[in-house]
Design a protein around this ligand. Structure first.
Ligand SMILES: *[C@@H]1O[C@H](CO)[C@@H](O)[C@H](O)[C@H]1NC(C)=O
Ligand SMILES: *[C@@H]1O[C@H](CO)[C@@H](O)[C@H](O)[C@H]1NC(C)=O
Length: 320
């Protein structure tokens, strides 16, 4: 009886996107089929697997896999997903997982953002371009063995996430592509990023406002701009960045290794308890750089110094 009960609660069910009309011909738009598979899987009270079998699928629209769901969700991507080259109908997202507690994304498949036509020089004002993959308000999740290629913007973006492990990822875009950060976090805590290879035209990993307790281990980074904290200090609604450990990683041919960047003439904020450990730099211009007059467009008001403190020591309560 106890055994039966356990089986009832934990029953697995596979929702193959092909059963929902997805066709692996890289022509028919599969976004509707993916969403229909997700909807049924999300309503299933057990461990649900949305399966994308091998093959190449066009996902031609912004596609958001939103919870909360009844049970644990597994998105098993074995195939290749292609974004359209056109930007029509897109804002900041191609694929997104949102409002989930208990998620696994794996399968060895590929997200191809087909970003080449979107990479245009744009400082200081850039058009909004879609990230390959967003996680918004996701808790207790693993993302493993996924390839992300040529995103039009950031490859993988985490916002409002908690307890997520990202491992064995490969993230690739040309060294001259624009704003193609590998992984970007904001307002996220207890994030583990491990055993991954990231080479793009921007930061391999970047941590913005509210990134806390993040552990980065065994990353191969390059080409790109390195691993960055910031930029911070531009606006009043920013939170601090605290408790980051970046270790056992190797940089090849990047502009920077590890970097902290803050604006001058800025608002109060702080960066605290950051550890850089066992990092190997090969052909890296600035292995460690702390820039408190960050100014990518070279037209900044640097009259007063940055008010973003970079400090060590025990965490003090935020006074604001
Ligand atoms: C992520 O990894 C850490 C350290 O190995 C572990 O403590 C945590 O439970 C893991 N979280 C998930 C969601 O797998
Ligand atoms: C510093 O950050 C690390 C990593 O998140 C954390 O384990 C440690 O407790 C933090 N130390 C203090 C004093 O907050």
């Amino acid at each position: 009886m106890v055994f039966l009960l356990a089986w009832v609660v934990r029953a697995d069910k596979v929702f193959n996107v092909r059963a929902f009309g997805a066709v692996a011909n890289n022509k028919a738009d599969c976004s509707k089929a993916f969403l229909n598979a997700w909807k049924e899987a999300c309503a299933w009270n057990g461990i649900s697997t949305v399966l994308v079998p091998k093959g190449t699928y066009l996902v031609g629209k912004p596609t958001e896999f939103i919870g909360p769901c009844k049970g644990f969700m597994n998105f098993r991507l074995e195939g290749v997903l292609k974004a359209p080259t056109s930007l029509s109908g897109f804002a900041d997202t191609w694929l997104k997982f949102g409002y989930l507690d208990g998620l696994m994304v794996n399968g060895g498949g590929t997200l191809d953002g087909q970003g080449r036509s979107a990479w245009q020089p744009c400082t200081p004002k850039c058009k909004i371009l879609p990230a390959n993959l967003r996680f918004d308000f996701v808790k207790n999740a693993k993302v493993e063995q996924i390839h992300s290629v040529d995103s039009k913007n950031i490859h993988i973006n985490l916002y409002g996430c908690q307890n997520m492990n990202l491992s064995s990822l490969t993230i690739v875009a040309p060294g001259d592509s624009i704003n193609t950060d590998g992984i970007h976090t904001g307002d996220s805590t207890f994030i583990y990023i491990e055993h991954s290879k990231i080479g793009t035209g921007d930061d391999c990993i970047s941590f913005s406002t509210g990134s806390k307790n993040i552990y980065v281990t065994d990353i191969i980074c390059g080409p790109g701009h390195g691993i960055s904290i910031g930029s911070l200090g531009a606006t009043h609604d920013e939170d601090s960045v605290t408790g980051l450990i970046i270790k056992d990683s190797t940089f090849f041919g990047t502009d920077n290794g590890v970097r902290i960047k803050t604006w001058a003439s800025s608002v109060d904020n702080f960066v605290q308890n950051i550890t850089f450990l066992h990092l190997s730099m090969n052909n890296v211009r600035n292995p460690i750089i702390i820039d408190q007059e960050y100014c990518p467009a070279k037209n900044c008001d640097n009259k007063s110094p940055s008010r973003v403190q970079i400090k060590d020591g025990p965490l003090l309560p935020r006074l604001r």
